[in-house]
Design a protein around this ligand. Structure first.
Ligand code: CMP
Length: 147
């Protein structure tokens, strides 16, 4: 059935003017944009969003990067949305993506392992948490209540 995933165009993606190209890819790939908004996270909110990485050495750098400017946040709906969006964005390390997945979004707009210009939820469970984080009205008790 239909699935929802969270997509972020990170600050470097907006600065590099990639939003329109990324949205074209999203729509050409059959996703429906269920919700979208622009926002800039403060450090506390970013730390909550990325809490699973809080003990990693790159955490403070990640928080600085992700709060450095506005992001474009989208809830994308489609059959197999989580895996299909991950496939479109390519590997986390944009430098590797340019070699192994040259047609991926991160190969197009990312720089390296940190500045990889986009995010995609890694599982349906993560997607539910992440979508609820930004769009509180989408889920209620784990079920989609509103389109
Ligand atoms: P994403 O997978 O969207 O969410 C976690 C982010 O942390 C990841 O993208 C990168 O931006 C960043 N990240 C992951 N691993 C590293 C790393 N080893 N060094 C620096 N940044 C990282």
């Amino acid at each position: 059935g239909k699935e929802i995933t969270l997509a972020l165009i990170k600050p470097d993606g907006l600065v590099g003017n990639y939003s329109d190209r990324i949205k074209d890819i999203i729509l050409e790939s059959g996703f429906h944009i269920l919700r979208e908004t622009a926002l800039q996270l403060d450090e506390d909110t970013a730390a909550t969003f990325y809490v699973e990485h809080s003990s990693r050495s790159f955490f403070s750098s990640l928080i600085k990067y992700i709060t450095s400017g506005p992001m474009w946040v989208m809830a994308l709906e489609k059959e197999n949305a989580v895996a299909d969006w991950r496939a479109l964005i390519g590997p986390t390390d944009a430098r590797k993506a340019k070699i192994t997945h040259p047609d991926s979004i991160r190969a197009m707009c990312g720089l390296d392992l940190e500045k990889n210009c986009v995010h995609g939820s890694d599982s349906p469970q993560s997607a539910q948490r992440e979508i609820s984080f930004f769009f509180k009205d989408v889920f209620s008790g784990g079920f989609i209540t509103k389109h």
